[in-house]
Design a protein around this ligand. Structure first.
Ligand SMILES: *Cc1c(COP(=O)(O)O)cnc(C)c1O
Length: 363
């Protein structure tokens, strides 16, 4: 052990590398599941007006009452059942600070979104791993095994799952709720991509149900820059989360931006519809290439090149100025790549480059 007087990171987190998608300078960026389209121009203008009028010398509404009421209204729910934070990642952090922590366990089902495990570790919550079944569906026997053996305090599902694109119908979430009945397990369904899918667990939320559903403005609302996420859950649990949050954790600009965005619901829904259309076009085109392909209910597509390795294919695409996500070394995803659905022209660039890399004339 060196002792050079430098402050040392906590032992339990020191060895984990951060979760990064490289931000390379390329023409076509399809690696981070961002919306390819900016919000409508009227949105930006309305936010500017709100900012000009802002009481900068005052702290913002600590409980973001207007924003939460507006989000709740979209789901026919009171604002009391809505918690907001700086991205859904901060929602997970507050959840784990409140219901995880030292001596407690969070269950995840691999392959899935890496941040659930990472934030668990950051909060000293032990991670217990289950596996998904064939084609990455949630295996209820496996969920039952993890619940019985590990008795998790928090159980993460992700629907549609990142990076596989598969969604769990509400009936599956109901079965999971039955499996944890009588325990004090909180079920968290991460629906960051919920609006791209035909199923959702939001209808199962209730004040007496140990379930929260998280969503975000980052993907479907074209607002990754704003860092705004939320959950729907029992009102009492939402109060517990506010008690664990730093005072005024959601700033006034973000509260205004979120509220104003919700006035453009039709425009945002149109963006989602466009992405879904492009997703279907891309899936059909990918099916003609030498790749293994998984059906997606989300804004990205997981595939595995069969003609060349994943790492090699990823690099050959970068060489053609197309950046996608390399999942080749993730659990159960040997050789897999994930492409975000972009604009039609970005998707064409990607498909042309991939055809070039994997096609009959490829090296
Ligand atoms: C992108 C993503 C999020 C969103 O995180 P934010 O902090 O809201 O930007 C959450 N869950 C999954 C599965 C994601 O892919």
């Amino acid at each position: 052990m060196s002792n050079d007087g430098r402050p040392k990171v906590r032992d339990d987190v020191a060895l984990r590398a951060g979760y990064h998608s490289p931000q390379l300078d390329v023409d076509v960026r399809l690696n981070a599941n961002e919306s390819p389209l900016p919000p409508p121009p009227e949105f930006g203008a309305a936010v500017q007006l709100a900012i000009a009028d802002m009481h900068w010398n005052r702290y913002p509404d600590r409980f973001a009452l207007d924003l939460r009421a507006a989000i709740g209204a979209r789901y026919g729910r009171p604002g009391a059942q809505v918690y907001v934070a700086n991205g859904s990642n901060e929602v997970f952090q507050t959840l784990l600070l409140t219901f995880g922590g030292p001596g407690r366990r969070a269950a995840i089902f691999e392959p899935t979104y890496a941040m659930h495990a990472q934030i668990a570790t950051m909060t000293s919550t032990a991670v217990v791993n289950g596996r998904r079944g064939p084609d990455f569906g949630l295996d209820l026997d496996e969920v039952a095994r993890v619940v019985d053996e590990d008795d998790p305090h928090v159980l993460f599902l992700c629907s549609p799952n990142n990076p596989t694109g598969r969604a769990d119908p509400p009936a599956t979430v109901e079965r999971v709720l039955e499996l944890v009945k009588g325990r004090r397990t909180l079920v968290v369904v991460d629906e960051a991509y919920g609006q791209f899918s035909s199923t959702s667990a939001t209808g199962l939320v209730g004040d007496d149900v140990p379930l929260v559903v998280t969503r975000t403005f980052s993907k479907t609302w074209s607002m990754a820059a704003a860092r705004l996420g939320y959950l729907l859950g029992p009102a009492g649990l939402v109060e517990d989360l506010f008690a664990m949050s730093l005072p005024y954790h959601v700033d006034a600009v973000k509260q205004a931006a979120g509220r104003i965005a919700l006035e453009y619901g039709a425009e945002m829904d149109a963006r989602v519809a466009t992405v879904i259309e492009e997703r279907e076009r891309m899936s059909a085109a990918l099916a003609d290439l030498p790749v293994e392909l998984w059906p997606s209910e989300s804004s990205y597509i997981l595939f595995r090149p069969t003609a060349r390795g994943g790492d090699e294919t990823w690099q050959a695409l970068v060489d053609r100025s197309v950046l996608i996500r390399n999942c080749a070394s993730w659990p159960s995803l040997d050789g897999c790549l994930r492409v975000t659905v972009g604009t039609a022209s970005e998707n064409d660039r990607f498909l042309d480059a991939l055809g070039d890399v994997l096609g009959p004339g490829a090296p």
